[in-house]
Design a protein. Sequence first.
Length: 225
Amino acid sequence: MLGSCQHTELSLIAGSKQHQFYAKGQYIFQAGARVPGLYCVYQGKVKISKLSADGKEQIIRLAREGDVLAYRSLMSGDICTTTATALTDCVVCLVPRPDFFSLLEQNPQFTHSLLRLLAQNLGDAESRLLHTAYKPVRERLAEALLLLHRLFEPTTAATAAATTSKTAFSIPVSRDDLAALTGTTKETASRLLSDFRQEGLVTTQGSRITIRQLDKLSQLASRYD
């Protein structure tokens, strides 16, 4: 999204933005707070989640390098309704609130990019709501694994060349996070993951999961679409 900015605007942002390191498991921002600006993931992976009335965590979005966070609360002026947590060690940049609104007022391309992002995320949220309501847990778990696969898939030629196949890399994810992403209990997610392992769809080693049959997992995930 920041790619739509002019050189002068990028220079302004570079002079004022802050870089912050977050260790795995550390909060980047929390529900109930007001964000000081726009968060941009420079390095690492992030989960955006919220708690239900009974205290159960639900992961509603995953973010990686190049993604931006907290823009909806920033634009509305409301407090955050979600919490962003580092899934891995992360470096996150913060564009201060005044600079963010300056870009909105002066750069139509930046504004249009933000509107497209809002519309895309709204569509994704609607799809996830429908899937949670109507798609069986087994298919939702397959869908969650595909989301994690895309999140952790190597993006550079060097890292991609180090893998023996497209699915050779492993996904570091706790059973709690896998359940929160699937919308089920930890026990159910663990049981179904064991079924997937017996069927040869995945292999596991501790908290790391490797997808072995990407096509079959994709077919399972889209069965009720």
